[in-house]
Design a protein. Structure first.
Length: 662
């Protein structure tokens, strides 16, 4: 691994055409670091005015970061290599919490990634907690001479560039250099350890019942739907009519086998169902593992991978490390895996647990040929017609096929190159997709989740003709006729019972298209309490202390008015509740302590005794969009109400609570 020292490029010395590969630098780290010019040689270029900032309340000029070590991360959210360094950045931020500030510089590859709202979703999806700027015009990229994703630049506490590095596996290198930088400047009194708090994007939105669902599969015979609720780190089993049957995974991040309520995942994506044995196989993407869910035994086990990312080469066999498995499909006893990290297709024998490369050299590109000599680019979705595999090759905006015969070939249906993308129906070479993530073969066609175009398209494998099936090309959420329905970065699709099911990731929804009628609707869930309870595990329930309330000893009713966000209503398919407690029994609910919340104003019968006490109201509120009941949210809160009971108090007490409150 190499850390490069250099003069900052102040003119336009590189351009997008030079950034032709996301491939990480793989050279080993030298035993001793080179001499580092800690004093720097040129002032770091500041951020341009008028650029959009995220994860912060206001722009942050570099002069305001004097005394901090600053690390710039040049990234684009489609790039698997950029995703791979996020855990390393998080570890560095935790270790040097007082001395280091990371600034993400999002320099988009795809047109869809240039939109600030889409970057905001990526920040929330990958739980990024440092400021990010939208460098859509590559102004910051060019000023620092970046040439590939990801690139990192280190700035000393006096605002001068020390050097940079491109590629993955950055923790050890930057841990040592940041530590040395701090040790160099600390004796000079130039390290500022005052904490900086940022206003994070995740704090601006309510908690949705689902969070970035990744992939979805269905089984007609059992009438079940299976999907990954990726950012809640779990797998959901539901009926095709919307009844929640199982929530598999404790909800926290980790790699842990065991019973459904104790197992841990880390942003799982793809899954497939084995109805014969009642098994679900899961691509546990950020654990770099393949997991098995046994529905009869109600257990989760790990089949391959150990939580660590495979860094080099294509090691094969049992017990090996994997690299970002994104989707999978079962054929016989073999799992075929879209392994996004090394740009390959892999197989895993479900009996012997031997993993090996099926297609792709590991070189990131689009090149047809024999299975072993072909080049792929971040395969992220996979399906089959029984003879061929069809896969979404996302970084080359392609849908491609691979013969199941080991002597077969890889061929491209739609797609031209790493920087050839768009939204155009037709036949090759003119037809275009934009970073597709999902595919499903059905009734002679290959359907595509054309993710960055916010569409579902279909391809005739015989003629290679591409046509739009759902969507207008605009991001949004709207049901209705397929041609006018709106999606937001759909990432997975499947078919069952005359319907197309869609994991509509950025809308946090499962959408359904009736194939006969051509109408898109949103799945409405029954039994969402099973989802919200899992989601809240480990989360701190916000407490809010209300003003002192003066009551009379004859007070019999307490009225609580709940103000919901505009355009929402109480979810009638879920059991919202309020639990009444008092610190010393000074107030008691006269009939029971827990009451249903069915309207936005709840009247609770109480009996008040003279004196002072602390009344606690514990709320669990499920609410949903008035126009789309499938878009559901969840809020837990604890309201603390100081109470004085005596002469002159109110006969009927009214309290107000806004769900939008912290």
């Amino acid at each position: 691994m190499r850390f490069t020292t250099f003069l900052v490029v102040m003119s336009v010395s590189c351009h997008l055409g030079l950034a032709q590969s996301d491939a990480p630098t793989q050279s080993p780290k030298p035993k001793t670091l080179p001499d580092i010019p800690f004093e720097g040689q040129m002032a770091a270029p500041d951020f341009p005015e008028g650029i959009d900032w995220l994860n912060t309340a206001q722009p942050i000029p570099l002069k305001d970061l004097r005394g901090k070590v600053v690390l710039l991360d040049f990234w684009t959210y489609c790039c698997i290599n950029c995703m791979h360094i996020i855990p390393d950045l998080r570890k560095l931020e935790a270790k040097y919490a007082k001395e280091l500030v990371v600034i993400g510089v999002h320099s988009a590859k795809f047109e869809n990634e240039k939109l600030t709202e889409n970057i905001r979703e990526a920040i929330k999806r990958y739980e990024i907690e440092h400021p990010v700027i939208n460098d859509k015009d590559f102004r910051v990229w060019r000023s620092y001479g970046a040439r590939s994703w990801p690139t990192l630049m280190l700035i000393n506490p006096q605002g001068k560039v020390i050097g940079g590095h491109s590629g993955e596996g950055i923790y050890d290198l930057f841990d040592e250099i940041i530590g040395q930088t701090i040790r160099y400047f600390d004796p000079k009194g130039l390290i500022d350890r005052k904490p900086i708090n940022f206003q994070l994007e995740k704090e601006k939105q309510p908690r949705s019942i689902l969070s970035y669902p990744g992939k979805v599969v269905a089984d007609e015979k059992s009438r079940q739907l299976f999907f990954t609720d990726s950012n809640h780190n779990r797998v959901i089993v539901a009926s095709l009519s919307g009844d929640i049957l199982e929530s598999i995974g404790e909800g926290g991040i980790g790699l842990k086998d065991g019973p459904f309520d104790q197992a841990l995942f880390f942003r799982p994506q793809g899954l497939c169902f084995d109805p014969k044995n009642e098994l679900i196989y899961v691509a546990d993407t950020e654990n770099h593992a393949i997991r098995k869910i046994d529905l009869k035994a109600r257990t989760v086990t790990t089949m391959a991978g150990n939580g660590r990312q495979a860094r080099r080469g294509s090691q094969e066999g049992r017990g090996i490390e994997l690299n970002s498995p994104w989707d999978l499909i079962l054929i016989g006893d073999t799992l075929y895996i879209a392994m996004a990290g090394p740009h390959q297709l892999w197989t895993l024998d479900t009996k012997t647990l031997e993993a090996k490369v099926f297609a792709g050299t590991g070189r990131e590109n689009i090149a047809d040929g024999s299975l072993k000599e072909s080049a792929l680019a971040q395969p992220s979705g996979i399906s089959t017609d029984g003879t061929k595999l069809y896969f979404a090759d996302s970084e080359v905006s392609a849908v491609r096929s691979a013969d199941l015969d080991p002597a077969g070939r890889v061929e491209t249906l739609i797609g031209q190159g790493l920087f050839e993308f768009g939204d155009k129906d037709g036949t090759p070479p003119g037809a275009r997709l934009q970073h597709p993530l999902g595919v499903a073969y059905h009734d002679g066609f290959v359907y595509v989740a054309d993710t960055y175009n916010h569409k579902i398209k279909k391809i005739d494998p015989k003629t290679k003709e591409l046509t739009t099936f759902i969507g207008t090309g605009k991001r949004g959420v709207a049901d209705g006729p397929a041609a006018s329905a709106l999606l937001n970065e759909p990432s997975g699709i499947c078919f069952a019972d005359g319907r197309l099911y869609i994991a509509d990731a950025n809308n946090h929804l499962i959408r359904v298209c009736d194939l006969k009628l051509g109408i898109v609707s949103t799945m409405e869930w029954k039994g969402v309490e099973k989802l919200a309870r899992k989601q809240s595990i480990g989360a701190k329930v916000p407490e809010l202390e209300l003003p002192v309330q003066k009551m009379s000893s004859t007070t019999r009713l307490l009225d609580l008015k709940i103000t919901l966000p505009k355009g929402t209503k109480i979810n009638s398919n879920a059991a919202s509740t309020i639990l009444v407690k008092s610190a010393d029994g000074g107030i008691v609910a006269t009939s029971k302590s827990e009451y249903p919340i069915e309207t936005e104003t709840i009247s609770i019968p109480i009996k008040a005794h003279p004196g002072k006490t602390m009344l606690t109201l514990q709320l669990v509120v499920y609410y949903c969009d008035k126009g789309n009941a499938g878009l559901c949210y969840f809020k837990e809160a604890s309201l603390r109400v100081p109470v004085e009971v005596g002469d002159g108090g109110e006969e009927r007490v009214a309290l107000n609570y806004s769900v939008a409150a912290p």
